[in-house]
Design a protein around this ligand. Sequence first.
Ligand code: HMG
Ligand code: MG
Length: 301
Amino acid sequence: MKWPKTITIKEVGPRDGLQNEKIFIPTKDKIAWINELSKSGLTSIEVTSFVNPRWIPALADAADVMAGINREPGVSYSALVPNRQGLERAFAADIDEAAVFMSASETHNVKNINKTITDTLPVLKEIVQDAKAADKKTRGYVSTVFGCPYEGVVDIEAVVRVTESLFDMGIDELSLGDTIGVANPRQVQEVLDVLLKRFPADKLAMHFHDTRGTALANVLASLDMGITVFDSSVGGLGGCPYAPGASGNAATEDVLYMLHGMGIHTGVNDRQILAASAFIQEKIGRALPSKNLQAAGAHDK
Ligand code: HMG
Ligand code: MG
C-alpha cells in the first residue's frame, strides 16, 4: 500500500463530543480543555455549535466558550451554523470557519434540522455565501452517508446530489459522515469510488462514528482511496442526539496511534491529546470509549 506521508486531523470533540452528553460541562472546563487541545499541534478544532440551544442544551454557552478560549496561531476555530441566526451569532463570536450541515436522507434531515432537504439548501447557500463574503472558511457536512437511523440504506445518488449542491454553494471542504457508525471498509471504498469520480480527494474529509467498532478500519480504507483529512474526537466522545443509536466518533488518540505507528505524520502530539482526553473523562465522570486512553490508564496503575 502507498500511504500518504501526512494527514490532517480535525478535532470535533468539543462540538460533536459534548453535544451528545446529558450533563452540562461548565464553560470554564470547556475553555480549559480547548486551550489544552490548542497546544497539541492540532490545526483545526470545532469548538461549539450556534444551533438552537433548546435543541442542543449542552452547547448553550457557545458564545462564552468562543470568547474565553486562547486563539493559538495556526489553529482554525470552527463552529456548526444551521441558519442565518446561527451565522450572526457565529460572526459575533468571530469564528474562523463556518460548518454547515445536512443529511443525505430526508427523515434524518427533518429530525435534525426541522426542514426537508429541498428547504435546507437555500438556507445553507445563503450562509455559505455570507461566510465567504466575510472571508471565513466554510465546511459542509453530509450526514447519514452510509446509513440512516430512520430509513436504513441510503442511496449513493442521494449522497452525490447533496454533495454536489454543497460544493456548488462554494464550500471549501466536505465531510462525509457515518452518523450512526454502520459503515464497513468495503462500503467506504464503494462510496468513495463513486464520489471521487466527481469530486477531488483533497476536498473530502471522512467523519466516522465508532458505534460498531469499524471506525479505524474505515479510516484505513479511506487512506487507501487517497483521503487525507479525518475528523475525530478526543476520548471517542460524540454522537447526534437526533440519530438514535449514534455513539462516539473515532477517538483522536486511537487514530493517532494507528497513523503514527504506520509512519504517517499528523503534527499532533499524542501525549498531549491523551492528557486532554483524561481531563475531559474526569469532568464527564465515566470511562470514555477511547482504547488508548484506557490502555494508558491501565499502564499507569
Ligand atoms: P426551528 O425550531 O425549525 O427554528 O429549528 P425556527 O427558525 O422555526 O425558530 C424557532 C426558535 O428557535 C426561535 O425562538 C428562534 O429564535 C430559535 P423562539 O422565537 O421560539 O424563542 N432559533 C435559534 N436560536 C439560537 N440559534 C439559532 C437559532 N435558530 C432558531 N441558530 C434549527 C431549526 C436548525 C435551529 C434546529 O433544528 C437546530 O438547532 N438543530 C440542531 C440540531 C443539531 O445540532 N444536531 C447535531 C449536529 S449535526 C451532527 O451531529 C452530525 C455531524 O456530526 C456529522 C455526522 O456525524 O454525520 C455534523
Ligand atoms: Mg458526527
